[in-house]
Ligand binder design. Structure first.
Ligand SMILES: [Zn+2]
Length: 263
């Protein structure tokens, strides 16, 4: 007999509140999932993968749900949709889980993972990173830690309709199932990468645009940097001068001060 939806939700609630796995079994499952993903994915072929598809996230969900939660997460979702998204625009958080309500009250869920942060990190020169309090040596390990964190958000939303990773309930679940020791990450963000190269808000920078070299000041850093360059035809700013704004990938900027310092 298949469980009714209400009992699926109760089963998930009981599992996440009272269940947990030994550290050994957790590590075994995590490595097994890693192997399964590398074997089955059309996009991920190595631990420092170069490409990823939302289907890989869907695959991860199935693996984690089966191995850690006995499929109760899928059961508690019932017929509600769960979407997976890769977000190149999230530049500070590693992931995000959202519950959407349609006008007629139907709920759906979405897990997004910050592909920008994953792909920015794990270059040869990068420092080691820490996600959820665990050291990650590879891009795939970081992806798994972020995904585990978002799984806990999803399960809390399914069971209690709210979720807070700064709260004890969340941290208990994340620790008992995934050995997480923190709810934060210190992945290398573009902001940090930019700051390390001397590119920070207020820094004087040079860059080449359509064959011409410009010098200006960094006004804002997101996915790219906004550089204000003095220009009589530009917009007037609060300092009374006129500037044109250029949106420049951070890697194409050279810090004027850093240059001078390094000779
Ligand atoms: Zn969180």
């Amino acid at each position: 007999m298949s469980p009714t939806p209400a009992s699926a939700k109760i089963a998930l609630t009981e599992t996440v509140l009272f269940g947990g796995l030994s550290a050994e079994l957790i590590q075994q499952h995590v490595r097994g999932i890693q192997r399964d993903l590398l074997t089955h994915s059309r996009y991920l072929h190595e631990v420092d993968f170069r490409a990823i598809h939302p289907r890989d996230l869907e695959f991860l969900f199935g693996c984690y749900d089966e191995r850690f939660f006995g499929g109760h997460c899928r059961g508690a979702l019932e017929a509600r949709r769960l979407n997976f998204r890769l977000s190149p625009r999230m530049t500070r958080t590693g992931g995000k889980t959202t519950c959407f309500a349609s006008p007629n009250g139907d709920l759906s869920y979405e897990i997004s993972i910050a592909s920008s942060i994953l792909f920015d990190g794990f270059g040869k020169m990068d420092r080691r990173v820490n996600v959820c309090g665990l050291e990650c040596d590879t891009r795939l390990e970081a992806l798994q830690r972020i995904f585990e964190h978002e799984m806990v958000h999803l399960m809390e939303l399914l069971c209690w309709e709210n979720s807070d990773c700064a709260a004890r309930r969340f941290q208990g679940i994340a620790a008992r199932f995934f050995l997480h020791r923190a709810h934060t990450h210190d992945l290398v963000t573009r902001r940090e990468r930019a700051a390390n190269s001397g590119i920070r808000v207020g820094a004087r920078v040079t860059f080449t645009f359509e064959g011409r070299e410009f010098t200006g000041r960094v006004n804002r850093i997101t996915k790219r940097a906004t550089v204000l360059v003095e220009d009589p035809e530009g917009k007037q700013y609060s300092d009374g001068l006129r500037y044109k704004a250029y949106y420049v990938p951070i890697t194409l900027l050279k810090s004027v001060a850093a240059d001078a310092a390094s000779g």
